[in-house]
Structures are given as structure tokens and as C-alpha cells.
Write a protein that binds this ligand. Sequence first.
Ligand code: NAP
Ligand code: ZN
Ligand code: ZN
Length: 348
Amino acid sequence: MIAAKAYAAQNPAAPLTPWNFERREVGPHDVQFDILYCGVCHSDLHQVRNDWFPGIFPMVPGHEIVGRVVKVGDHVKKFKVGDLAGTGCLVDSCRTCDNCREGLEQYCSNGYVLTYNSLDKYGDGSPTYGGYSNTIVVKEDFVVHISDKLPLAATAPLLCAGITTYSPLKHWKVGKGHKLAVLGLGGLGHMAVKFGVALGAEVTILSTSPKKEADAKKLGAHHFVLTTDAAQVKKARGSFDFILDTVSAEHDFALYLSLLKTNGTHICVGVPPTPNRIPAFSLIDGRKSLAGSAIGGLPETQEMLDFCAAHNIVSDIELINIKDIQTAFERMEKGDVRYRFVIDMATL
Ligand code: NAP
Ligand code: ZN
Ligand code: ZN
């Protein structure tokens, strides 16, 4: 076994504290990489708090992981020692169902294995531990190549915030001639703005935070609507082809659906802990669609990373010491994120 260090939550009420554990030995198809940076996703907070389902504790969060390969198994073909490598939300899936065969491992019919807070059902059944740690062992097929052209720390959030927003924009073919609204300007939201702009859409940020307006232009957005200002919301009614909803807490769907044009589509990627209430009238009026999307499969994750390298797209980050993770969680909860915390793993 490989000795590993991490920050872990021992239970949903406990703060994250240092914890030692073991990773499996590097098998024939495994890549081991030392973690240099790991992004802090709101899903980490949801899972540590048991917001969605009872978690597996101790829990080592983190699924925006980048680092450098230190060991590869005998059958590994894509990676060699010294390569940059990344892993997102998934570390395995059945590989045989229709979705897996199409590269949609995030919709695996037999169940995928999450990077943490999951049981390694296609391996030895033990719990998985995420990226708030110094090293990780992952099957080669679930490791992606990271370009050395981009600043590495700012690349980490692409592994979740990046792919989760890139995938729906590509699926719904959002681009030139479309008016896209990004709802919620946090980790996912700011990546959605960058991708929307790169794909040629006219992008509006819908935010509850007046302080974020100054950043809208810097991020490339064309417009900013403060959703707590009734006059601004009224003016935006019926104006968007798509809303990409990244909000992490309960919010008023009827209000946001009213901002769509006829035939418009509201795409949920945010996962609030409580069920959403959606009045049927808000969909019927204007023949609107309500949709959802989860992260992205492995081929699309590599495609997104290559797209980012070609278009010079990375996340706007605040690099933190792992000791400050609790403060980062608290700030994220208040919407005070500019626009992704990334842990410098050298501080572990
Ligand atoms: P984040 O950085 O905390 O951003 C969420 C943003 O939502 C906040 O910055 C805030 O933006 C807005 N917001 C928060 N509470 C709100 C409220 N009550 N009403 C309206 N807006 C509110 O979080 P994130 O990491 O981007 O993640 C966002 C959500 O996506 C989380 O629920 C996360 O679990 C989920 N997620 C889903 C997937 C997937 O595969 N579908 C993948 C990753 C994450 P403003 O200040 O601009 O209002
Ligand atoms: Zn995430
Ligand atoms: Zn499958």
C-alpha cells in the first residue's frame, strides 16, 4: 500500500483536519500522480455536509485534481513518469453499457465510481478518497492529459467546473446568434461565461451579487443583470435562448423561466440540496424546456482541455493554503468566490 496524507472530514459536522491513510499499490493499468493543485467545488461542501445523500466518512473531498505522474503500471500506454495528469469527478465506470461505450461514463447505466465518497465497485470495493491529498492512484482510462502551456493551478478547476459547463453548451450547440444567460457567478458560472463567449454567444450574467458586476466585462460577458433588482429583471423578460443555471441553493424557477424567449431552454447544472418547485405554467407559457446535465465523459473532458489550451482559457483562481479550507468553504457558502479556490498542495 502507498502511504498518503490528506485533509478529511471525520463526520458531516466536523471541520476538515489532517488525516493519514493508504492508497492501493499501482496496478498494471494504474497511473499514480502526485497532486500539485486541487480545486474546491461547491459539490465538495454539499457532500461533506451530507446535503444530497449520506456520505462515506472519513471523507477526503476534491475532484479537480492536477499533478505529475510518479509511477505507471506495466500496461499503461498513454502516460509516462514526469507527465502532467489530471482527474475529475470519475475514477471508473462499467465500460460495457451503451453510455460508457459512447464515452458518456457520467451516465453509466451500471453506476460510475466517483473520485471520492464512493465505493470502488469495479475494484476492491473500498471507499475512494479525493484530491485534498498528496498523491492518487487512478486507472489510466480515467486520467487526462494536461497541457503545459496553461498555468497549472488555474487548470485544475477545468476538471469539474470546466467540463460541467462546456458539456451542456456543446450538447445544445450554443453559439453565434444565441443569447445565453449564466445564472450564478461562482466557479461553474465564470467558466460558463468564458466558454459561452468563446463559442460566440451573447452572454449575460444573472447574479445576486452587485459586487460582481465589475468583473463581468473582465470575464468577457456582454451584459450583467442584478437579479435582486426588480427593474433590471423586468427588462430582461423573454430575452434568452438558454439559461445555464449553476445555482447551489434553492431559487425561484418561475422567475428565471420568465426570462427565456419562446422555445427557450433552462439547463440545470447546479444541485441545490432541496427539491425545486416548478409551476407548470412557467413552462407552458412560451413552450419552454427544462433540462439538466452532469459533468462530462472522458473523451469530452479531454476535448474541453484541448479547447482550453487552444483558446487560452483557464479559471480565475484564489490559491489557498490547505489550512484555510474551512474559511474557503464558509466564503463559498456566502457566494463570496472570485471565482474558484484552488489548494496549493505544497502546503499540505
Ligand atoms: P459556487 O462557486 O458556490 O457558485 C454558486 C453561485 O450560485 C454563487 O456564487 C452565487 O452566485 C449563486 N447563488 C448561491 N446561492 C444563490 C441563491 N440562493 N439564489 C441565487 N443564486 C445563488 O458553486 P459551484 O462550485 O459553481 O457549484 C454550483 C452548483 O453546481 C453546486 O450545487 C454544485 O454542487 C453543482 N455542480 C454540479 C455539477 C454537475 O455535474 N451538474 C458539477 C459540479 C457542480 P451570485 O453571487 O452570482 O448570485
Ligand atoms: Zn465539482
Ligand atoms: Zn457503463
